[in-house]
Design a protein around this ligand. Structure first.
Ligand code: RIB
Ligand code: CA
Length: 310
């Protein structure tokens, strides 16, 4: 079976790291490149985390940096959850590999010029992808879909209305959701059900390889920070939902609906207004995840970790 070609676009970030890990050895996926943007931390830190993860996981994939700033609004980060480094909790070895010489938009452009049916998988703010679509709209013909972690039908996680990835750059999200491409939105409604509870930690701690060690060390810090901020007894593991939806289509249930991004700048700035009951009869521009098979989610995480050698 042909591998599904993907380009990751991330802001590691503890949950981004697990998403990269699950994609890294998946026999059904081919990672063409990994692009980085600011989000959980500044670009310098999310970039450093990404390239460290690629080196640690021994992935032969180009890593390219984005612009590091949103299209319009002021940058925001999330050190409270991801720490000062953006990936607190894991001591990486000294870096030997370097960033790709092109920036994120130029790398995506060159990959999309050479490949068809490519799935873009953003797990951070949508700045890089919005910039790509504005600068090179012709690449759309080679984009199969955009499978993103972000938004929510319900309430937000950084404001009452908005989820972090969308609020980091609402104008970029507006461009992506109105691109005419097939957008799959894995939002908080489903990812908040994938909690790294003690039974999950116990199950993954039995995986004695580099992936299992990375998972346990990162999730320990991720859980501690989420407990401090939200009182969660287990952190919601958001970003791997994108990769898992590609690996096992049975895990998530999607419903196509109209999604409007609030770019008014008021108290609902960055909200994904998801018209799940079609009140407004507007064009259905996104497939929104409305349910998750949590048991299968963790089965996919366990399988993903086991794909790595010692
Ligand atoms: O709201 C959760 C999202 O924001 C995740 O992608 C997490 O990594 C942060 O970027
Ligand atoms: Ca992220």
């Amino acid at each position: 079976m042909d591998k599904r070609k993907i380009i990751l676009d991330c802001d590691p970030g503890h949950d981004d790291a697990i998403a990269i890990m699950l994609a890294g050895r998946a026999s059904s996926l081919e990672i063409l490149g990994i692009c980085v943007e600011a989000g959980n931390q500044t670009l310098e830190k999310t970039g450093n985390n990404t390239i460290n993860l690629v080196q640690y996981l021994d992935l032969d994939v180009p890593v390219a940096l984005g612009s590091g700033k949103p299209l319009k609004r002021a940058p925001m980060t999330c050190a409270a959850i991801h720490g000062e480094t953006g990936l607190d909790g894991f001591p990486f070895s000294p870096l030997k590999i370097k960033y790709h010489q092109q920036n994120a938009v130029e790398l995506m452009k060159s990959l999309l010029d050479k490949n068809e049916d490519v799935t873009l998988v953003p797990t951070g703010p949508l700045t890089n992808i919005a910039e790509l679509l504005v600068k090179y709209p012709e690449v759309k013909k080679n984009i199969k879909s955009i499978v993103l972690m972000g938004g929510s039908i319900g309430y937000g996680n950084v404001s009452p209305a908005a989820e972090f990835n969308i609020l980091c750059d609402p104008e970029a999200a507006d461009i992506v959701f109105n691109s005419g491409l097939d957008v799959y939105m894995l939002g908080l409604d489903v990812t908040r059900k994938a909690l790294v509870l003690p039974n999950v930690m116990k199950r993954m701690s039995k995986i004695h390889n580099k992936a299992g060690e990375l998972f346990i060390r990162l999730m320990k810090v991720f859980n501690e920070n989420q407990l401090k901020i939200f009182g969660h007894s287990g952190a919601p593991l958001h970003d791997p939902a994108t990769i898992i939806s590609l690996l096992n289509p049975k895990v998530f249930t999607f419903k196509k609906m109209n999604v409007v991004i609030d770019v008014t700048g008021g108290p609902s700035y960055g909200r994904t207004n998801c018209d799940q009951f079609d009140y407004l009869h507007q064009p259905h521009n996104a497939y929104v995840a409305v349910d998750i098979n949590v048991k299968e989610y963790w089965n996919e995480v366990e399988k993903g970790l086991k794909r790595y050698s010692k």
